[in-house]
Design a protein around this ligand. Structure first.
Ligand SMILES: [Fe+2]
Ligand SMILES: [Fe+2]
Length: 312
């Protein structure tokens, strides 16, 4: 391995990292951290979609959701495979780690309650994934991941468009429009959370210095808002933010971050909190995490039993 300074010097000249020998210790550690969050997010995201299949009204749309689940599994596989190449015991990560140690965002540990929420998940949260992974795709200095993200980028774009086309149809009825507005009212803020702590609270990012990503959390959050609000405006759905031409940025119409009421499934706009409290909600994880991880492991046991019986 090399030192951070040595690596930064090479990266400034356009060097692409290919093997562990090319990395510094920090680079190796941060890459493993980012890949684990990505892999866990892609994997755990399938369970709330699977559960919400019962709300999907047509066979055509249901097949699309199944295709999305297959894509997400493929994305998880890419990230876990890269982790394996970096010396991580991936079987232990997936099948032995305690459910509380998965690194996916809080939203993935919830259950969706109707079709509008499933489509909003695609239009808003797959878009957040698209922005986050798009940043890595365009800026990462790690060659193997950059190459693999070509496929992921195209597929996440398809997930977003599927959400948008479904929402455009749904808002045509008063009942559908009300359900979409209710979904956006809580899921928009979940989207903001995806990008993590505000820049002014963070110390200088080694991930940026080591070219593991290209944009800061707030830059990506702004980029997500720009494209999300443009779409929601086009279907006349309200968002809790507005564009400020002087600051050349979207500003929040409520104190952000604020308290999430898990029982009521809504934000307490009258209860502002600190970012440290948001992070501790992430650490506590959501109500269905254990159930989802359990399902994953039961699936493996069932498959192994079938293999032993010679049926699979
Ligand atoms: Fe994905
Ligand atoms: Fe996706």
């Amino acid at each position: 391995m090399v030192s951070n300074d040595e690596l930064m010097h090479k990266l400034a000249a356009g060097f692409v990292v290919e093997t562990e020998q090319d990395m510094s210790e920090d680079y190796h550690r941060l890459l493993i951290q980012t890949l684990t969050i990505t892999a866990d997010t892609e994997l755990i995201s399938i369970f709330s979609i699977l559960d919400a299949l019962k709300y999907v009204p047509t066979l055509n749309r249901r097949l699309t959701e199944l295709a999305i689940i297959q894509d997400e599994l493929g994305h998880a596989h890419i990230a876990y495979r890269l982790l394996k190449h970096l010396g991580v015991d991936v079987d232990a990560l997936i099948y032995e780690r305690d459910a509380s140690e998965f690194r996916n965002p809080y939203l993935m540990d919830l259950k969706l309650q109707n079709y509008a929420e499933l489509l909003t998940l695609h239009a808003l949260l797959d878009r957040a994934g698209y922005v986050l992974l798009g940043d890595i795709f365009h800026h990462t200095s790690y060659g193997p991941w950059k190459r693999a993200l070509t496929k992921v980028d195209a597929e996440e774009g398809f997930h977003v468009r599927n959400g948008e086309s479904g929402l455009r149809l749904l808002v045509k009825t008063d009942e559908g429009r009300a359900a979409v507005q209710a979904a956006v009212d809580w899921m928009f803020v979940m989207g903001l959370d995806f990008f993590g702590m505000a820049d002014h609270l963070k110390k200088r990012s080694l991930q940026l210095d080591l070219h593991l990503k290209g944009e800061t959390n707030d830059q990506m959050r702004q980029r997500w808002m720009k494209s999300t609000v443009r779409f929601l405006d086009s279907i006349q759905i309200r968002t809790p933010v507005h564009w400020d031409p002087e600051q050349d940025a979207y500003l929040y119409d409520f104190p952000y971050p604020c308290q999430w009421d898990e029982a009521e499934r809504r934000w307490r706009f009258d209860q502002p909190i600190e970012w440290s409290q948001v992070l501790s909600r992430f650490k506590r994880h959501g109500p269905y995490r254990r159930e989802y991880v359990q399902t994953l492991r039961q699936g493996r046991e069932t498959y192994q039993k079938l293999l032993r019986e010679g049926v699979a």
